[in-house]
Design a protein around this ligand. Sequence first.
Ligand code: GDP
Length: 296
Amino acid sequence: MASALTDKLTRLVKEMRGQARITESNVTDMLREVRMALLEADVALPVVRDFIARVKEKALGQEVLGSLKPGQTLVSIVNRELAATMGEGVADINLAAQPPAVILMAGLQGAGKTTTTAKLAKHLIEKRKKKVLTVSGDVYRPAAIEQLKTVTKQAGAEWFPSTPEQKPHDIAVAALDYAKKHYFDVLLVDTAGRLAIDEALMQEIKDLHATLNPVETLFVVDAMQGQDAINTAKAFKEALPLTGIVLTKLDGDSRGGAALSVRQITGAPIKFAGVSEKIDGLEVFDAERHAGRILG
Ligand code: GDP
């Protein structure tokens, strides 16, 4: 595994040459480089601290101290721990509910909720052979309702109309009723988001959750959000029982440290990654590959 971090650690180890074995203080020096790499990838500071403490415990065991290549050994421990923290294995959408299985999309405005709703609709139609209905509860932005209509069509799903004059609760009830009557397997509910955390809006999505009793409540978060992702994640976790995360805009040039922050704060699995603006730009999240990207 050749990464910038491995190179740095190898250099550090070379400086230690002549010592019979590496010491705890050498490990501390190496961990300082790991910490820098995580901060450069925009992992939130408290999350970095926690993570380094966990790795330190492991690194002080025989595995690194007794290793012939302590730098590389440490990088592989860090990689393993990163991948394990972000979750291993595939976590597809849970549809184990009396149909229609409801999926509630939550997140800040601009995070990619509407785009992801359509991408998921396409995924569920093509990969899971489901009959999918979408609806927008964003009564504050008529353009958002229209946007969902357009992308739903691209996905080959059906769109349930809503208008800014309606209450989100009434929209939810009507869409659910329609989905039941027309035997839809899945109802995807897009919601309003603001640019920052907003009490009234959080209450609204909590109420929607109570009305819809969704089998999945997905937190959609922009990978480019960096350090701020932690506050957004905290607020949404407090408001809703999140069942999964979709990390969008991974095609951007961020190192994606938000993944670690958001995963650690919410405890919910990162299910998918958004990798383009296009309707097919959705991938199952790969924790191991992402660990490599964070370390740079
Ligand atoms: P919402 O306000 O949360 O519903 O966000 P939108 O779905 O409207 O997305 C906001 C912007 O981000 C739009 O310009 C989308 O095309 C873009 N977007 C969403 N997901 C991705 C992604 O995975 N990659 C890229 N490059 N752009 C994305």
